[in-house]
Design a protein around this ligand. Structure first.
Ligand SMILES: NC(=O)c1ccc[n+]([C@@H]2O[C@H](COP(=O)([O-])OP(=O)(O)OC[C@H]3O[C@@H](n4cnc5c(N)ncnc54)[C@H](O)[C@@H]3O)[C@@H](O)[C@H]2O)c1
Ligand SMILES: O=C(O)[C@H](O)[C@H](O)COP(=O)(O)O
Length: 391
């Protein structure tokens, strides 16, 4: 059996080679010729699975995407061709939530505010939005949820309108798919009108899909903020409308800019690959089963000791021990500016940063040792591994 995998799919080579001959290629540049004689295709979001790509797929019977997002796959087309499709929903929800928390903690330090004084508006209460809400609950930080589809499905959680989020939230974070049809399309959901209606000194975070935010409108709003002719606005973008190309005029206006890596932690990638592998094994009706935890190395800082009740400052240190968004922001700006106006260099640099991304972990990779009275149960709810000590 021939299995074609995206070369940027960690652990895929070792897992799928148990099942057949593995061919690894760059996902963004796959062509129809690459699919000739291929039985199974394992991809990430940079591979657009459409009629052109599968035009010569004479043996294809399974497609798996090791990602939460599925907008890059024409699922109706695969269904009509009798090709089984699977994804990895929620595989990287933790990483994205920890990206949002790092961004807010660093902005709090830079702009001298406490995250406890902010109200977070979460647009999209699926895997990421729900996990982020869980983290905010653990910290006792107020948030509102907007998700009209979940609401219509009868989800019993409290949902609010976008108007209420705009009126009450000074942080807005988007966690929806990119959709252009249906009753609640998300394309340019955050447009000039939305931006104008945001609170003064508001923060916008987009770690969903680039086109959820109108990047031109955002650039104008941020420029107005900088030159004092508009409300003060802070923006963090992990995704861009034209990625792997980035508007160099937008870059300096952003507080943090990163190359679509919010969910790129090692655990998230390992979960994505193992979820697709296990689905494929079920499809093949064999008894292989992979566990992401079996694939992960020990974290470089496996344990920290708390010597006192934690507070926002020590929480900041703990969170930054695992992930500091400024690390990715700095590299991204340097590489994008070095590429300059050369689109080919920029696209290559964008993809190389993602392919060579560092071994970022999740809070769960760190053990926090502390006395019970240090209120560490909230750190455990936040995802840290907590062990109780007596001294
Ligand atoms: N930057 C990254 O690294 C990264 C990582 C994971 C996911 N993502 C993106 O974020 C999206 C969300 O991830 P997820 O795992 O939570 O997906 P999910 O499918 O579990 O949740 C998406 C939620 O958005 C809701 N939604 C859809 N349209 C909406 C609208 N118009 N208004 C409000 N809510 C709406 C859906 O009802 C659903 O509950 C993914 O589709 C993917 O595109 C990005
Ligand atoms: O949809 C997802 O899971 C995320 O956007 C993820 O970051 C995609 O990563 P990629 O497949 O582009 O490597």
């Amino acid at each position: 059996m021939k299995i074609l995998i995206d070369e940027n799919m960690p652990y895929a080579q070792e897992l799928f080679s148990q099942l057949g001959d593995v061919i690894a290629k760059p996902g963004r540049t796959l062509t129809a010729d690459d699919l000739v004689g291929i039985d199974a295709l394992m991809i990430r979001s940079v591979t657009k699975v459409n009629a052109d790509l599968i035009a010569k797929a004479d043996k294809l019977k399974f497609v798996g995407t090791a990602t939460a997002g599925q907008d890059h796959v024409d699922q109706d087309l695969l269904a009509t061709k009798g090709i089984t499709f699977t994804a990895a929903p929620g595989c990287n929800k933790v990483g994205v939530a920890e990206y949002v928390l790092s961004s807010l903690m660093v902005l709090g330090q830079q702009q001298d505010f406490s995250i406890y004084d902010r109200t977070i508006g979460i647009i999209g209460a699926g895997n990421v939005g729900t996990y982020l809400a869980k983290c905010l609950d653990a910290l006792g930080i107020r948030y509102l949820l907007n998700d009209p589809l979940k609401q219509a499905e009868g989800d019993k959680r409290q949902f609010d309108s976008l108007e209420r989020l705009l009126a009450e939230c000074d942080v807005i974070t988007a966690h929806t798919p990119i959709t252009r049809g249906g009753e609640y399309p998300t394309h340019h959901l955050i447009d000039a009108n939305f931006l104008a209606a945001m609170q003064p000194n508001a923060i916008l975070i987009n770690a969903a899909r680039g086109p959820v935010v109108d990047n031109q409108a955002l650039k104008q709003a941020l420029q107005a903020s900088v030159d004092g002719s508009g409300k003060t606005l802070t923006a963090v973008l992990d995704v861009f409308e034209q990625e792997p190309l980035v508007d160099l005029a937008l870059l300096p206006l952003l507080a943090f800019a990163t190359p679509h890596v919010a969910g790129y932690g090692l655990e998230g990638k390992a979960r994505g690959t193992t979820m697709v592998f296990n689905s494929f094994c079920q499809f093949l009706n064999n008894d292989h089963h992979a566990l992401a935890s079996d694939l992960l190395p020990i974290a470089p800082i496996p344990q920290v000791q708390l010597s006192r009740q934690w507070d926002e400052a020590s929480l900041f240190s703990l969170i930054q021990l695992v992930y500091d968004v400024r690390k990715d922001d700095g590299i991204f700006r340097r590489e994008m500016l070095a590429a300059g106006d050369d689109n080919s260099k920029m696209a290559t640099a964008f993809d190389l940063m993602r392919k060579n991304y560092w071994d970022r972990r999740e809070y769960s990779a760190i053990t926090v040792a502390a006395k019970a009275e240090f209120a560490v149960e909230s750190l455990a709810k936040l995802g840290f591994t907590v062990v109780e000590v007596t001294q």
